[in-house]
Design a protein around this ligand. Structure first.
Ligand SMILES: [Fe+2]
Ligand SMILES: [Fe+2]
Length: 286
């Protein structure tokens, strides 16, 4: 057993033990709600801290996904600030719209993602990131806070999944296809029929190893259709208080966090929730 007093690792592994490389790692930042207007509560500093945390990861993730609500008011100055704050990331950065975003603004400010379609069309696309496929859906409805994954969106997703049915795939969207048990949050989620439609589709697409989302400003996990794992990512800024029956969403300054989706050899995905600021002291070994 290794010494627990020196600077070295607690349990150095012998050659050949542990998980099997290669790995693909996607970092997920969510709901930064950047706002450069009056009343901002520190959203820019919070996103800068999250970006700094990702930059300190060794090895660096292969890509970063920002799962919506990039800005709070979808104004040009805020999108410009988001671009500035994300610029230090050296890996590809992919974005998707949340209910606080504007599709056209995303098209203007984030031109690297292979988004097809004309103005006002859904901001949706698919791409390959090393060993995993990332399929990005648009669950937003302009002018509304709740989301939809209607027949047209599901048909597009079905075509995309049919194109590469054997490649491990992560499906990303803003509104998660789960119920949080927080009534005020679930009131602006995806309707039951849309969640059922997605469950039916993914039940026929075993290559989808994870659905990842944002919107709920808390780490949430559930199974969709009893099979596919759904994860909702905490916010880089403010978190939603766990209040099952409150009549309104309440925010609280709980620790900002982000997620790491690690695709293991064979395609299994493990999701780690990472606090932006690591605590002082050294934790006890597991
Ligand atoms: Fe949000
Ligand atoms: Fe949202």
């Amino acid at each position: 057993m290794a010494s627990r007093t020196g600077p070295g690792p607690f349990y150095p592994i012998r050659r050949g033990a542990g998980s099997v490389a290669p790995l693909t790692v996607i970092a997920q930042l969510s709901d930064p709600h950047v706002d450069v207007g009056p009343g901002d509560t520190g959203s820019s500093a919070a996103l800068a801290a999250a970006v700094g945390a990702v930059l300190r990861l060794d090895p660096a993730p292969d890509a970063v996904l920002v799962s919506g609500d990039l800005t709070n008011r979808s104004d040009a100055r805020s999108y410009e600030r988001v671009r500035e704050l994300l610029a230090p990331l050296r890996m590809p950065v992919h974005v998707l719209p949340g209910n606080h975003d504007d599709r056209e603004a995303l098209r203007s400010w984030f031109t690297d993602d292979p988004v097809a379609g004309a103005h006002a069309a859904p901001f949706q696309y698919a791409l390959r990131c090393r060993d995993v496929r990332l399929v990005v859906c648009d669950t937003t409805v302009p002018g509304r806070d709740d989301g939809r994954l209607d027949a047209g969106s599901l048909a597009w997703l079905e075509r995309e999944l049919a194109a590469e049915p054997t490649v491990p795939t992560i499906v990303a969207m803003h509104h998660p296809p789960l119920l949080t048990g927080i009534a005020a949050m679930d009131a602006i989620g995806l309707p039951e029929a849309d969640r059922a439609g997605l469950a039916d589709l993914l039940g026929r697409c075993p290559q989808v190893r994870r659905v990842v989302a944002g919107h709920v400003h808390r780490a949430c996990f559930a199974l969709l259709g009893g099979a596919c794992a759904v994860f909702a990512c905490p916010s880089t800024h403010l978190q939603v208080r766990w209040d099952p029956s409150g009549r309104a969403i309440a925010l609280e300054p709980a620790p900002p966090s982000y997620a790491l989706h690690t695709v293991l050899a064979g395609g299994d995905v493990v999701t780690l929730v990472q606090p932006v600021r690591s605590g002082a002291g050294r934790p006890a070994p597991a």
